[in-house]
Ligand binder design. Structure first.
Ligand code: UT7
Length: 333
């Protein structure tokens, strides 16, 4: 291990204005507010309504929020990473466009795809670049326009997902705060249960795939739930134990927001009370790569230098993991 520590030094976020509430969904599919809240914890999600705007728009707004709130000169950014499963286009890198639009003119950039674990895995990538000493400022953005791949006639998925973006800046830290440890895992069995069948190299899009609605997300919720609820809790418990920590040493759980019941099960496994668990699923639903940075933005003013955060995520693939990190700054309000 190098002795350079990589810490989060700034946060930004963006959620589009339009609120798709449970009441509105009741008019679209056979569902109801009581079912959605009790099964998922979601009350509303944000949707990017503008047909001419893609994920890059969300990412750019989140990055601009970070740049403004931290007075960052974007020309000093070395690398822009965009974690997303909904790139603007399948070939042109979304991150390249985002970097240019925010004035990161000296940065290189690439997209990173690990579904709902995209931001978590991106944290591993970003911190590794800093720890190696090769780069000084890495901007990691998690952004997804999930509404672009959701079938609003499928009640199994349309009640869950929303659009959003969040961004964090990683820099070296001289006070020994920042990234501590990670457990990252994957299992290809997941593609039976959570996927988009068409539009990739295995099944290129055609009239037939569109007619069959194979360009939309398919989720076997029950099976995904079964894996998610045990795997996310397992890695959270493992990272706490292997760092010889107890529940009292953890200040915050930062869990992927897929289902309130999965979040509660993870918190229970490491015996953390509700007030130490970041939550905003009721407002945004599952924004895939954006859930973790949206949480950080929302809780930023409550975080104190030295706080111990355990991040945990589970997503398509399957991909999952946890990261232990100490917070590096007190936000002036
Ligand atoms: O972030 C990526 C990873 N994704 C996840 O972690 C998501 C994991 N899965 C889940 O969160 C849950 O499985 C869901 C929220 C998707 C579904 O909850 P569930 O408790 O697993 O419900 P279910 O699929 O077992 O369905 C229970 C019942 C069924 O009716 P019957 O067969 O018991 O009569 C469904 O037909 O609820 C019915 N149902 C609904 N009813 C109202 C399914 N979807 C809906 C709906 N509204 N939207």
């Amino acid at each position: 291990m190098s002795n350079i520590k990589a810490a989060i030094t700034a946060v930004g976020a963006f959620a589009p204005e339009y609120r798709l509430t449970n009441a509105i969904l009741e008019t679209m599919v056979d569902t109801n507010d009581e079912w959605i809240i009790s099964r998922t914890g979601i009350k509303e999600r944000r949707i990017l309504k503008d047909a001419d705007k893609g994920t890059s728009y969300l990412a750019i707004q989140a990055a601009k929020d970070l740049i403004k709130s931290s007075n960052l000169d974007p020309s000093t950014i070395d690398l822009v990473l965009v974690a997303t499963i909904t790139p603007d286009m399948p070939v042109a890198s979304t991150s390249a466009f985002v970097a240019s639009e925010i004035g990161a003119v000296n940065a290189f950039s690439y997209d990173l795809m690990a579904a709902c674990s995209g931001f978590l895995f991106g944290m591993s990538t970003a911190t590794s670049y800093i720890e190696s000493g090769r780069y000084k400022k890495v901007l990691l953005i998690g952004a997804d326009k999930m509404s672009s791949i959701i079938n609003y006639e499928d009640r199994a998925t349309c009640i869950i997902f929303g659009d959003g973006a969040g961004a964090v800046l990683f820099e070296s830290n001289s006070e020994d705060y920042g990234f501590e440890d990670e457990i990252l895992l994957s299992d290809g069995i997941g593609r039976n249960f959570l996927k988009i069948d068409a539009g990739g190299s295995l099944l290129p899009s055609s009239h037939e795939t569109v007619d069959n609605k194979q360009h939309y997300v398919f989720q076997d919720g029950k099976n995904v739930f079964k894996y998610a609820v045990s795997k996310m809790a397992d890695v959270t418990e493992q990272i706490v134990k292997r760092n010889n920590l107890t529940n009292e040493d953890i200040d915050w759980l930062v869990p992927h927001q897929a289902n309130k019941r999965i979040i509660d099960a993870t918190a229970r496994r490491v015996d953390l009370p509700e007030e130490k668990v970041m939550i905003n699923i009721h407002k945004y639903g599952n924004t895939t790569s954006a859930t973790l940075p949206l949480l950080l933005k929302e809780y930023e003013t409550q975080l104190k230098k030295g706080d111990r955060l355990v991040f945990a995520a589970f997503g398509g693939g399957f991909t999952w993991g946890s990261i232990l990190l100490t917070w590096a700054y007190d936000k002036q309000t």
